[in-house]
Design a protein around this ligand. Sequence first.
Ligand code: ATP
Length: 248
Amino acid sequence: QPSPFLLSVNNIEVIYNHVILVLKGVSLDVPEGSIVALLGGNGAGKSTTLKAISNLLASERGDVTKGSVEFRGERVDQLTPDALVKRGVVQVMEGRHCFGHLTVEENLLTGAYTRKASRAEIAQDLEKVYHYFPRLKVRRQSQAGYTSGGEQQMVAVGRALMARPSMILLDEPSMGLAPQIVEEIFEIVKDLNQKERVSFLLAEQNTMVALRYANFGYILENGRVVMDGAADELASNEDVKEFYLGLG
Ligand code: ATP
């Protein structure tokens, strides 16, 4: 029975270096058009889950040893990362990963690499990115390595948009950024979700902020989902508050 969700992760297990069991059967669903938060502390397995979905584990000596991943009801766990991008799933890695020596605009253009797009289409997509990230338009000719951390995060998301994704896997966008910039980035995520219908799976340690923007959340602990629920329910849950919101 194919999954009715946009993305379904079914009971995946991940082992690093053939011995270290890091994900111990993780399942989650992302409904079309939603923002789903994947929460949990340092080392809980959030990044590993995203990389398992986008098949980026091989370069880190990680293997998915059990389970499956479905996108639009079809198995995608044997696809290369590029093939997955062509299907519409793009990952924005933790730590932003801009090409520091290229300009902001050149970085954005690299995001269109998997598409057979005309110059006119690419120009149109660039304008769309600049519409959502006006700061990047101002900085378009700046070397990305000399822009601020917030701007580099925007470049990373903007580059993902250039692939015309229907789903973005966004790893820890708030990392190392001032609260005001985090808000700015999450507002853009919300806009992209509402206006462009991009769905998001969002890995975040910043539980409070993520739950304000997400529709649904999963909490990972030590490679397992220990709790899930509607974002507002999780945000008001006493255990979640105590352990993750620092209000306990
Ligand atoms: P963080 O926000 O710190 O990245 P996380 O929840 O994303 O946390 P992961 O990065 O997925 O957690 O890491 C989960 C566990 O897997 C940790 O114990 C980590 O040390 C281990 N791990 C991650 N990458 C590797 C690797 N390449 N080889 C071996 N172990 C790894």
